[in-house]
Structures are given as C-alpha cells and as structure tokens.
Design a protein around this ligand. Sequence first.
Ligand SMILES: [Mg+2]
Length: 222
Amino acid sequence: MIYGKNVVIYDLDDTLYNKTEEFADLLDSTMAKALIEDLGLKMDFEEAKRLVTESFRIYRDGGEIFYRDYGINPRDLFIAYHRRKPVEKIVPYDNLLDKLKKVPADQYIFTASDRYASDKILKHLGLWTYFKDRCYSVEDFGVYKKNENAKVYHQYCDKIKVKPQDCVFVDDSYSNLECAKAAGMTTVRIYYKNNSAKDNPYIDYAYKGLMSFLDTALSGAI
Ligand SMILES: [Mg+2]
C-alpha cells in the first residue's frame, strides 16, 4: 500500500522520465514544426514556437492558442505532434524498472501521449513489457487531454476495475491532479525546480523528482 491505497497510477511524460529545459524547448520546436509542416499553418517558425511556449504557460497545452485563434483541429495536432515526438532524446532514469517492481501496489500509467508515442517512450525507458497491459492513453477514452474534468478519471477506474478512492495519482502537471482529486484520488505532484503549486488544496503530497517519491515509497515510510 502507498498512503493506504493499493493502486498507483503514473503520468508518463515528465513524470516517469526527468524533465529538462532542453527537452521542453525541443518539444516546443517539435509542435511548431508539426503546425507549420504537417498542418499547413502559415506562420514563421520562431513566432509559432513562441506561441506554443506561451500557450503551454497559460493553458498547460501548447496547442490551445492554435485551436482557439488559428482554426487548428486538436485531433490533427495531437496525431502530428506525437508522430514527431523526439523520444530518442529522453534520458531514462537508472534502475527505474527495478524500483518500480518493488513498489507495494498495483501500478498503471495514464498518459496524454497517444498510443504510438507512449509505446515508443515505454520501449525507450525499458518499461514496455512491465506496463504494456497497464498503460492507457487519453486516446483510449476518446479525448486528447486529461485536465478538463474528472470524467476521464472515473472512466479510467472503470477500465481497470478499481475505485478512485483506492488510487494514488502521480503527475508533474497540477492541472491533471486537480481533475484526479475531483474524481476522488489521492494526489502526488512530481516537481523539478520548486513546488510552485504547493498551496493548491488538490495536491495531497509533493516530491522533488520521481526518485524521491519512489525511494520514500520503498522505505516503507508512506
Ligand atoms: Mg506530464
């Protein structure tokens, strides 16, 4: 059990691997390229990248400004962006699988990446075999985000046949945790530089980096 719960559900991107500023910047460039080269957005690359960064800062979604103001279809960007995602640039944690195997709970992944990208990421991280039947994408629930409302968290629980109250949800993005909390889950935020959302009532616990959470979990302290 972790915090008295027998299920832990992890976010994938920026939670099960370390987020770096370089990688975040590369993802913004990747989305700008997908918008211009795949979806035909008529915009200078630097301006598109600047708007992706701004959109992520404001809406926690790099595409939101483009859906609202430039007629971009969210599904089209979702697919184009994930096809281009530079998975090979992700630096995996050492010994992550060994640690995860020791966590005293059933473990799952719920990702906002699509199936194509999440399979590639799991293979790159050495986690594919372990999670292949316990990883679901927003795509599996017919949505593109997991920070809009609690509904998709209830659907996730129905899929894996557990109650939200029996789950700990671990995510770097506090907007996702707000919805997980609204569904009834216990929430853990993984942060990197500083815990900017620490006063938000929907965050139950916070750890600096995944390893600090896992090491605490394996010590039996939680
Ligand atoms: Mg994330």
